[in-house]
Ligand binder design. Sequence first.
Ligand code: ZN
Length: 282
Amino acid sequence: MALEIKVLDYGDIELESSFLVLGRDCGRTRRVPTLGFLILGGAYPILVDTGYRSNQIMETLGMRGLQFHENMIENQLSKHGVRMGDVRFVLHTHLHIDHAGKDDLFPMNSTVVVNRRELEYSVSGLMHPQYPAPDIKHLIDRLHGKGALRFLDLEISGPVELMPGVYCEAAGAHTEGSMNVHVHTSEGVATICGDVIYDINDQIVEPFRQNNDGEPQTTGNHGTTKRAEKAAIKKVLANARFILPVHDRPARVESGVVVARLQDSVPGPIVQTLPKRNWFPA
Ligand SMILES: [Zn+2]
């Protein structure tokens, strides 16, 4: 059976626009989704990212959480006939506040999978308020529970196949330990890229204030260098048929160019086709 990815909606957040795209609309507020991804079609369901703990916790970053009843993780999973206890692996693109907030709701035999570097980075103090205490302390509980946590060492091992057709790879951007999850679908590789990309249009399709051909704009929230951030975005585009960020809807990519947008599943229906690329600069 072919693997497919269902997009889960954990609720929107409101935050400052230049946090998402460097230099964009400083001081203005943007509302973006916070998504998760349920990989179905394998031996067991795999979940990538779990959203934020509560609306209140987003206020510690000066952001507004808009999580409602239907956004609760158990309700998002049950739309696809999956219960919390059915999930074999809970993967994290990284451990920021809006990506790892519900792990304590999963039984200890649903293994949480993180890149070791990311857990180290989460306690380094380098992006401190984005790694809230309750989420990280729960992961320490898992560290002491048999089989409750799996570490990857992606910088050293290279990509790891977790289940047939599902690969984890160091992302090299956003945070020091971020990872991408590649899913081999019937229509090609779909890359869940966490926050390596926040805004597909303003960073890639029409990159904000970029003058050079094919040059992406970085996010305003990153823990590596500008060069690394840009290269990581280019790497995702060069190797994926679909890209799935956590705060924007998925896109279809052909020869490194975004050609269409999707909504709720990958592969799935196209909801917007982008204009054909003009091969000469406009
Ligand atoms: Zn995020």
